[in-house]
Design a protein around this ligand. Sequence first.
Ligand code: RBV
Length: 438
Amino acid sequence: MTDYPPISDQLSAAAEDPDSDVQDLESVREEGRRKMDWAAQHMPILTALRKEFEADRPFEGERIAMAMHVEAKTANLVELLADGGAEIAITGCNPLSTHDDVSAALDTHEHITSYAKRGVDSEEYYDAIHATLDLEPTITVDDGMDLVAAVHEDYPELIDGIVGGAEETTTGVHRLRAMDEDGALEYPVFAVNDTPMKRLFDNVHGTGESSLASIAMTTNLSWAGKNVVVAGYGYCGKGVAKKAAGQNANVIVTEVEPRRALEAHMEGYDVMPMAEAAEIGDVFLTTTGNRDVVVEEHFESMKDGVLLANAGHFDIEVDLEGLADLAVDTYEARDGVQAYELADGRRLNVIAEGRLVNLAAPIALGHPVEVMDQSFGIQAVCVREMVENGEAYGPGVHDVPDELDKEIAEIKLAAEDVEFDDLTDVQREYMGSWDHGT
Ligand code: RBV
């Protein structure tokens, strides 16, 4: 058992401290609820699933531990699962992405305990992860795999009671697959990230729009005419590049994978090594999921005033330790912007401490509501599938059944009043045959 307190206790204690600017808990919760209601108004998929889950109560008796970005859209997913019968303990999956008011609003629900708090240090972050596991979950829902890691490393005795899990993001799926290859993953986990309904929308449009919006709002700077260096041309990089080009930036892509480099080239972007891009870039945005993408040799050739931001999962894509070593001075240039001044006077500006810029910047709101409705719709039906058919899946990473992905697409199309065609019997037979040649 851990004794890490839920957000309500943390905020109540803070509100009593005369030096703190935390308001009374009731007002904080009301603001959180207001944000949730706004998001819910634009989440037709979760709204449709709510009707189903409230009627069927598919999660009755289940205990779900979750580590996700605790903000308004995620909160609607959490309540959906709770109102479908589950008992839930949730914490953040990034030290800076939690909205405390939303976390507090969630924590009022009879069947939800939220430990998420913004600005926690590394020890508190992991204490909160462990606190969710006190629930002895039957299901885990992760964004980045920190929960699965904590279960396997610190609480292996829980594994027998866990039916399965679901993973939200590219980096989490990547880590899970590495774990699976090592034979170390001991329960089934759905790769939610890899479904078309998630990755083609959330990773591309969500990351693109929200990263650029966060940077613009944090800096009050324009994209037009800037050289924007996008590191990595995966789904997230594609979105960032496309949206930056749409804002009249000159997009430069760096890649390590030849086909992706070629794809970016054929899309009309400049492709070059980071060492060259470093000399001409105005904004650097990493989306690789790897580490040490922008490092000392690059800092040394950058222009004065550049912006450095990360839209990949962890804060290791820009080598901040190396940058700190190089700097003669650092200071907060704006809320959410740390300036590193080098010996020759150049200032390199790091946004949101090199953490997920679309979620961790002070004014960040995460991906747009509509794309998270899709991603969380998949999460919800994956949890339902694990509860209903978990025994059909052995330990390891599993693709989400295509039928579930299509179910979410159909709910969304119906909500948007979009009708689409169906194959005729003749067409269906033709597509299944091999003997109709020229
Ligand atoms: N993401 N969540 C939000 N709740 O506002 N925004 C983005 C939100 C998820 C997204 O699905 C991505 O895969 C993951 O965050 C990266 O941590």
